[in-house]
Design a protein around this ligand. Structure first.
Ligand SMILES: *Cc1c(COP(=O)(O)O)cnc(C)c1O
Length: 358
């Protein structure tokens, strides 16, 4: 069978070396005589796995000491509620930037907890707002934004400078794709199933002074302090997903860390956008300055060919290219684990398909 490349937006492709190692260790982890899945989360074996994963992530992302790293459940969608629940109480207000589908969900959820000011809305424009157009409310408890809109394929080319107002970022589809200065953020959160590991794990990187502000009525499971005080073991954490994320962090370290990923990701994205731009047959709707390096939506000049494109691509081993229903066309998600050869195979197919159907 020829090589399959999976362009799914999430759950997404994982590094083959990681899956291979997980397979090797599946039945018997390091001589423990049991699978990681079967271990007590409080036993010394799993504790060592958990600690190593956090140490490696801190090293890869250069996370400052005054930040906690939490390994939670509930997905990024739970953070849409958890962030306002924990942070909004201080002023009852928060600023949100709306750049697309995931921003909208975060905004809708935050409105349950207080006053949401949408300070910029480019959600229909396939671009991020210009930095100089952003003005923040004096009494905002925090500013929330989505650095990479997974569905629209829109990525911020800058980090908003919010001064003393904590910046909260839903980094689900861009975390680990390049170095970021974590100290610029109050909270970074991400569902794992895009660029970290399997679904079921949610990473939260939170500055310590933002912990401990949840109201009395906050459910324990949604209180950052409860999880921080318990080292993410207040209840049973998603142990196997945590372990697999740890293997991905090791893989990132073995492969040059985030500087190396950034360079590879820039090459992959540039090659794919060049193919889209060079052929009249394809188009990408995003402002070139805000094109995502992780999620590349594209349309065919003749949408009547979409079904054939998808079918023939799948036959060529290029899977899960169907675009999100709200944008249409195709979407190629090219996270860290997508090899350059996979992107090249897609580009070759696009050229060939365009020639045959022009
Ligand atoms: C996938 C995604 C989500 C939703 O994540 P869940 O873990 O399914 O809740 C939220 N935000 C962004 C930017 C995403 O890409």
């Amino acid at each position: 069978m020829s090589r399959i490349y999976n362009f799914s937006a999430g759950p997404a492709t994982l590094p083959e070396a990681v899956l291979q190692q997980a397979q090797d260790e599946l039945l018997d982890w390091h001589g423990a005589g049991m699978s990681v899945m079967e271990m007590s989360h409080r036993g010394k074996e799993f504790m060592s796995i958990a600690e190593q994963a956090e140490t490696d992530l801190r090293e890869i992302m250069a996370i400052p000491d005054n930040y906690k790293v939490l390994f939670l459940q509930g997905g990024a969608s739970s953070q849409f509620a958890m962030a306002p629940l924990n942070l909004m109480g201080r002023t009852g207000k928060a600023d949100y930037i709306n750049t697309g589908s995931w921003s909208k969900k975060a905004i809708a959820e935050a409105r349950r907890y207080g006053e949401v000011n949408v300070i910029a809305d480019t959600s229909s424009d396939f671009k991020a707002p210009a930095e100089e157009d952003l003005g923040f409310s004096r009494d905002a408890a925090y500013v929330h934004y989505t650095p990479n809109e997974t569905i629209q394929g829109v990525e911020f080319p800058y980090i908003p400078d919010t001064g003393d107002i904590p910046l909260v970022a839903d980094m689900s589809s861009t975390i680990l794709s390049r170095p970021v200065d974590a100290s610029k953020f109050g909270i970074i959160y991400a569902g794992a199933q895009k660029n970290i590991g399997p679904a079921g794990l949610t990473l939260v990187i939170i500055r310590e002074d933002l912990i401990g502000h949840a109201p009395e009525s906050c459910p324990a499971m949604l209180d950052y302090k409860i999880h921080a005080d318990a080292d993410s073991m207040y209840n049973t954490p998603p142990t196997y997903a945590w372990y697999l994320a740890g293997l991905v962090f090791q893989w990132l370290k073995d492969n040059g860390g985030l500087d190396a990923m950034a360079a590879i990701n820039a090459r992959k994205a540039a090659a794919l956008y060049a193919a889209i731009d060079d052929l009249d047959f394809y188009a990408n709707p995003v402002d070139p300055a805000c094109r995502s390096r992780m999620n590349v939506p594209f349309t065919l000049a003749d949408a009547g060919l979409d079904a054939r494109f998808l079918e023939e691509a799948a036959q060529a081993g290029l899977k899960t290219l169907k675009g999100h229903r709200s944008v249409g066309g195709m979407r190629a998600s090219i996270y860290n684990a997508m090899p350059e050869a996979g992107v090249q195979a897609l580009i070759d197919f696009m050229h060939e398909f365009a020639q045959r159907n022009a």
